[in-house]
Design a protein. Structure first.
Length: 462
């Protein structure tokens, strides 16, 4: 089949559309990808929402059928259609299961982008989106002030008072649970603590740049610090470009594609000028968008080549240490606790399904002395976090988490490790609600590795 014949078969039909939203969907949806879906159903058992409901529209195949029906002018993208698109976690577990290699993640983002163009949010939701997505995440100095405010709330006694007088009871249960497991916030991120250049221990293997993230550097700053020190121990000189910005993942998942592209362009320029061999991510959700900057900017001729360079240099921290670093430092039994502990692992969906790096964390964990790694049943299934999904779709997220904890509890692990901050918070909430917090602790894999080296984390205070 020639390219011209192939293009003719997949040509988007010219149809009369009944609404501005239908027109936006018709223009933005990739018709080739819609047509490539063979309706085989291999994606059904991989989809968390379909597994929960058994309802065809709650599956990738069903959602693609709905998208195509709208693109073909057969159906109106009514509220039920929009609800189905928003009910998708975006975990992309369907993609590895698809024999036709349908880019479902791109389709769902295109659909949400079109929906957002015509969304009629309530005043509170509109205000929250504007404040967080546009006013906060793209601006590092504002994130610092948010971190300082949260830190003051946690350390001043206000948090204890708020809980004591029952203020939190006015909030929905899922927000109360989130407040309970919120990590210690800070306005002093990794650059403020370590500077923008951190030398390698011993002979330098490579020069790498850390992608520090936005929320990651406010609520998980200690993990960023430990990442830098861990990379240093493994033989890498670490650069932390101070001008880098949010990756744009939350914006892309929320239909704010133009802002996601703007953030991506800034990161391309910043990291290209750093003169590095790798760009290191310690958050699966961030890394998944970073390695798709070429697709995000595929219509941007000015930044196309730069995006391809960027994508080819992005790696997960576990992969880098395992494949390029000095591994023996993790096997030194004299530098770890003598009492063996049992650990298990919850996959980050985006690390597994998009970055294709599910094996590296497991292999790395098996290198650690005095630990017993227990594989959790269905560790590859989404935990229900999915960015802010557990906030926007708390009922479905809660059902998924409850089933996840059934498998987690059976491992009897002392530590539940993961590679993404959203997963970490979700699993902390799961242990608190359905498990035993005194027996199982949830940690980022980087923090666990660093602690098992027997080193005392430096504390700079806030």
């Amino acid at each position: 089949m020639t390219e011209s014949n192939h293009a003719a078969i997949h040509k988007k039909p010219t149809v009369k559309l009944s609404s501005p939203l239908a027109e936006s969907l018709h223009l933005k949806l990739d018709y080739d990808q819609l047509t490539n879906c063979m309706r085989c159903g291999f994606c059904l058992p991989a989809c968390p929402t379909f597994r929960e409901t058994g309802f065809e529209p709650e599956s990738p195949r069903g959602r693609i059928a709905l998208m195509k029906a709208v693109a073909d002018g057969i159906m109106e993208p009514d509220q039920a259609f929009q609800n189905q698109m928003n009910q998708c976690l975006g975990c992309r577990a369907c993609e590895p299961a698809c024999p036709a290699d349908v880019k479902y993640g791109q389709l769902i983002e295109q659909a949400k982008d079109a929906i957002e163009d015509h969304a009629e949010h309530s005043v509170p939701v509109k205000g929250l989106r504007k404040t967080m997505l546009k006013g906060m995440f793209p601006h590092r100095h504002r994130l610092k002030w948010m971190g300082r405010g949260l830190s003051f709330y946690q350390k001043s006694g206000l948090q204890r008072v708020a809980r004591g007088i029952g203020i939190m009871r006015v909030f929905p249960s899922h927000l109360r649970e989130l407040e309970q497991i919120m990590p210690a916030a800070t306005g002093r991120g990794v650059v403020e603590r370590l500077g923008t250049v951190y030398p390698a221990k011993g002979e330098t293997i490579a020069r790498v740049a850390l992608f520090r993230g936005c929320i990651m550097d406010v609520l998980f700053a200690e993990t960023n610090v430990n990442t830098v020190k861990l990379l240093s121990e493994a033989g890498f000189e670490v650069i932390i470009p101070n001008e880098q910005v949010c990756c744009g993942a939350l914006h892309a998942h929320s239909g704010e594609m133009d802002l996601a592209r703007e953030l991506a362009r800034t990161n391309l320029r910043v990291f290209k000028s750093a003169g590095i061999d790798y760009i290191v991510s310690n958050a699966g959700g961030c890394g998944a968008l970073l390695i798709e900057y070429d697709h995000l900017l595929h219509e941007d001729e000015e930044h196309g080549n730069l995006a391809e360079w960027f994508v080819s240099h992005v790696v997960d921290v576990s992969w880098l240490i395992l494949e390029r670093g000095r591994i023996p430092l993790f096997t030194d039994r004299s530098a770890t606790a003598e009492v063996p502990v049992k650990i298990t692992y919850q996959d980050s969906c985006h690390l597994r399904n998009v970055m294709k790096s599910s094996g590296s964390p497991r292999q790395l964990m098996r290198h650690i002395a005095n630990v017993d790694f227990v594989e959790m049943k269905e560790a590859d299934r989404c935990c229900g976090s999915a960015g802010i999904y557990n906030l926007t779709q708390p009922v479905m997220a809660g059902r998924i988490l409850e089933h996840k904890m059934e498998h987690a509890n059976r491992t009897e692990a002392h530590y539940m490790l993961t590679s993404n901050p959203g997963c970490l918070l979700q699993m902390k909430a799961g242990v608190l609600k359905y498990g035993n917090p005194e027996h199982m602790e949830v940690k980022h894999i980087v923090d666990f590795l660093y602690e098992r080296m027997g080193r005392t984390n430096e504390s700079a205070g806030d």
